[in-house]
Design a protein around this ligand. Sequence first.
Ligand SMILES: *Cc1c(COP(=O)(O)O)cnc(C)c1O
Length: 451
Amino acid sequence: MTPGNDALRARDLAVLWHPTTQMKDHEWLPLLPVKRGEGVWLEDFEGGRYIDAISSWWVNLFGHANPHISEAVARQARELEHVILAGVTHEGAVRLAEKLVEITPKGLDRVFYADSGSGAVEIALKMSFHYWLNQGETGRRRFVTLTHSYHGETLGTLAVGDAGLFKEAYEPLLMESLFAPSPDCTGLDPADWDAHAAVKLEELEAVLAAHAGEVCAVIIEPLVQCAGGMRMHPPSWLKGLRDACDRHGVHLIADEIAVGFGRTGSMFACDQAGITPDFMCLSKGLTGGYLPMSAVMATEAVYQAFYDEYTSLRGFLHSHSYTGNALACAAALATLELFEAEDWHARNRRTAALMREAVAGLEDHPHVGDIRQTGMILAMEMVADREPMTPWDWRERRGIRVYEHALANGVLLRPIGNVVYFLPPYVIGESEIAQMAEVAAAGIDRACRPS
Ligand SMILES: *Cc1c(COP(=O)(O)O)cnc(C)c1O
């Protein structure tokens, strides 16, 4: 017997504790029970269908139950599911590492696997700190990060993030980061982004200058600070930042966990600035949204700083149980094959333009303060007032009203506070874009009425 939606909801609430959720909300906000997925669509237990407009939180690239990736994972499962990666190797881990070295910016020649985005960021932070230690630089123990940044929710990654409510309670447990202002261009005309970013870069450089000799690395989300509210900046800022890190002698960690694999219009966001960071963190889209996996790309110079006799204690002694999981490697390799089979960047440029046209009607909406876009990420910010841009009080939770309206009309949106955004699987089609935009526009209009 197939359970209906309500039956599964009740069983869920009796045993599960959901991520990033005040569980009491589910007294009035129903869970969405998903039975199956296909392409951009999710289907519940009673035939209800929903467009996954957020790629199941930014992980899915080529649709749910993608035949090519599913087949690759099934084939791999029949041969080898997992094997320890310490002292052992397997073909998938090697082939994927070779591929990643090939497609990431020139100079990132070493791959360290982990199993989540947070895990990858923790590794990059530890590697950077330990690199300097191995150079005899014991005074370097701080990281420079940006306002509005997000790098995960473990203690180390929370410490280098500006995750507001998600961080507040844990402050007493966290190492202290140095904060520089985000180059966030919200509310600005794209023609003014470069000038704005240049000013913010000077402020970041002042932080580096004030803390000379103390800083291990600057950590950033290139082009789009996603969880912080889809805040965008131009490639010129990245270029300037790479240069600043070189001049001040600190590492640059590019967290491409959300923006990597084509999301911003190029394979990696750093490609648009033509820069190579010292570390690049990858996850989310890496396996096409199939399996938890992450990777830290590092330069040969970093790798060599750890390469020595065991007893020198310079090695990087870090591991996770599922490091280099064979099923995840198979999913990632199949995902990269899809990139090679078709020019998805060209297709995404068309899709991105269609998404932008589809929300043009919101440009004059009295409660839409900004519409911004970088590649396949389009964000619309709901405001109490446009001139000057005044945010809604977060306690009013206007975003949830959009979420409820969208779900009732066949679209899974999940606004970040007052920012409604599209970040769909690349396989989304024209009519699906039209439905997604129409539902979002109506949802925004409803959510912004007086409460
Ligand atoms: C999602 C995300 C992370 C954390 O990844 P998890 O797999 O959720 O631990 C880190 N950085 C960025 C930029 C992200 O978007």
